[in-house]
Design a protein around this ligand. Structure first.
Ligand SMILES: [Zn+2]
Length: 232
């Protein structure tokens, strides 16, 4: 389901100091937050393709789960409802990325793919990146089964067990955000340059967030956005 453009915007996007500090306009979506004008998104398919937005504002892919841009006028974004949104930027604000990571994309390497693409955009190699992990389903609400765990173990090994707790046979409660943080670290984002929104479980907080697990197939979607810094 799409956000409904006719509805009055009642809510403010959630910003994070780490991204505020480098001056990139951004926001993690909440229910009834109206996406910014001109928001560029592509179709998300739980894969690892990265859409690079060119100087004319045209994305290199129509289907992708990470969007990378140097545009100051055209925000890029992803939509989620329990999956993990990541907003990342070069510390000089010249290049930004919005990444959508569910267990499938995470297991396939979408976080690493998005960060690798971000690192080489906008006429430079950006060694210094920052990334913020947005609202997603928390471990206490996210029990997964063996196929999910096996997919993730293939990429993250024993870290999957550190990021989860057993529930019933073949099932564990998984902290998806912890694995995203690990993937960001592996992709070379320094530990002090990664942050996670606190107290932002999409399933627990029905007042602020849409949740697929909670609301089923008719769940709404949260829209998250970021743009490069103007006036560099
Ligand atoms: Zn929860």
């Amino acid at each position: 389901m799409r956000w409904r453009p006719g509805r009055r915007a009642l809510a403010e996007f959630i910003r994070h100091p780490l991204l505020d500090r480098i001056g990139v306009p951004h926001g993690f979506g909440v229910i009834d937050a109206a996406p910014p004008a001109g928001l560029l998104r592509v179709r998300q398919v739980h894969g690892i393709a990265v859409a690079i937005v060119d100087e004319e504002g045209v994305p290199s892919h129509d289907e992708a789960d990470a969007v990378v841009s140097c545009q100051t006028q055209r925000p890029v974004g992803v939509m989620t409802a329990d999956c993990v949104p990541i907003l990342a930027a070069a510390r000089d604000g010249s290049a930004v990325a919005a990444i959508h990571a569910g267990w499938r994309g995470l297991g396939a390497g979408v976080v690493e793919a998005g960060i690798s693409a971000l690192r080489v955009q906008c006429g430079g190699v950006h060694a210094d990146l920052v990334a913020v992990i947005g609202p997603h389903i928390g471990a206490s609400c996210y029990e997964v089964d063996a196929p999910v765990l096996d997919t993730l173990r293939a990429r993250f090994g024993e870290a999957v067990d550190d990021a989860s707790e057993p529930t019933r046979p073949g099932h564990r409660r998984l902290a998806l955000g912890d694995l995203v943080a690990l993937a960001l670290g592996r992709a070379g984002v320094r530990e002090g340059s990664v942050a996670m929104l606190a107290g932002a479980c999409t399933s627990c907080d029905a007042r602020r967030f849409h949740s697929y697990r909670r609301d089923g197939e008719h769940a709404g979607r949260l829209v998250h956005h970021i743009s490069a810094r103007a006036g560099r």
